[in-house]
Design a protein around this ligand. Structure first.
Ligand code: AHG
Ligand code: MN
Ligand code: MN
Length: 324
């Protein structure tokens, strides 16, 4: 079986980009180990701090963030990083070619109950000018411009799913050799599905279009969608997207009116965009309901976005509800 470095070397990825991806994986292997230690290492539970988005930080959110930030800022090819857990973007090397944004630990409400969490990353090319990585403006590019995107899912095994724009590969961490090895090349999302994932407890806050789609799903064979749906909600986007990559499905975190000033719960630059690139590269679709997520122009590193992604024919139905 091929190791990650062998796959990257044979698919035309530049040596510089490969070194950035490998550093992300060094941090992720360390995160996987720390997660496996859990209570033994005394690192479960919350800190007393909140991130800039007003969410309480778990100890492992902070530890994972520091691991990624430290290794990437020391990489000569990284101009800067942006993270869910950092208020501002951070400068790396002034002449670095790449910018990396990440969600160090996604689904972190699952940590204390020993359920799946993940790391999400997105890599952009840095503009070739004199600005440094602590200027967030250099990061503000549409998702279409990503050169690589991926996630690591820490579950019963640790998995890396990533793309450099030439399809999506799945690697499994072989803890014997400490390497990610290719276990499923060229993932393809089934085009149709009857399985949706959405946090139903927010139903009363959704827009009428989303309410209508879910109402029609719940009607099953008797409704206008004409099939019986199943539902899943793991509360970890990485786990939901992974399920969709393996067996199809649709994942939604739509706009809701709990805080009308926010465009959605999920963040564009380190959740929406990388997951959209992966899903599209695997033959699925991704939308806000009204436009492609990867065409949304970011105004800030922590911008939020409504997310609808997964099996392409089902995503098309949700778009039709929003645009008819
Ligand atoms: P994070 O832990 O990085 O803040 O992200 C959690 C996100 C996402 O992974 C998940 O789909 C969603 O929040 C869960 O939200 P609910 O709490 O509404 O279930
Ligand atoms: Mn997240
Ligand atoms: Mn997170």
């Amino acid at each position: 079986m091929k190791r990650l470095d062998q796959v990257l070397a044979s698919d035309g990825t530049s040596a510089e980009l490969e070194l950035v991806i490998k550093d992300v994986m060094v941090a992720c292997k360390d995160i996987a180990y720390k997660l496996s230690q859990g209570e033994l290492a005394g690192i479960l539970g919350a800190t007393e701090d909140e991130n800039i988005q007003g969410e309480t930080q778990k100890m492992l959110d902070v530890i994972s963030n520091d691991l990624l930030k430290d290794i990437l800022c020391a990489n000569p090819f990284v101009k800067g990083v942006g993270s869910e857990e950092e208020d501002f973007t951070i400068a790396g090397h002034a002449d670095g070619k790449f910018l990396v944004t990440f969600d160090p630990l996604d689904g972190s409400s699952n940590i204390d109950v020993n359920l799946s969490v993940g790391t999400i990353f997105s890599i952009l090319e840095a503009p070739a000018d004199n600005r440094t990585g602590d200027d967030q403006e250099v990061f503000l590019q549409e998702g279409r411009k990503q050169v690589a995107a991926g996630y690591v899912l820490y579950g019963p095994s640790s998995l890396l799913v990533m793309t450099t724009g030439k399809g999506v590969n799945l690697f499994t961490l072989d803890t014997n050799i400490g390497e990610f090895v290719l276990t499923k090349p060229m993932l393809q999302i089934p085009e149709d599905t009857a399985e949706f994932a959405i946090n139903m407890s927010n139903q009363r806050f959704w827009e009428p279009e989303m309410k209508q789609y879910i109402d029609d799903c719940l009607k099953g064979e008797e409704g206008c969608l004409g099939k019986r749906y199943n539902m899943r909600w793991v509360a970890s986007m990485v786990a939901e997207v992974h399920r969709i990559l393996i067996r199809g499905g649709i994942f939604m975190y739509p706009y809701d009116s709990r805080d009308p000033s926010k465009a959605g719960k999920l963040r564009l630059m380190y959740e929406g965009n990388p997951m959209s690139m992966i899903v599209e590269q695997a033959g699925g679709a991704s939308s806000t309901g009204r436009m492609d997520i990867m065409d949304v122009e970011p105004k800030g590193i922590h911008d939020r976005v409504p997310v609808v992604l997964g099996s392409k024919n089902e995503v098309a139905k949700v778009i039709a509800y929003h645009t008819k």
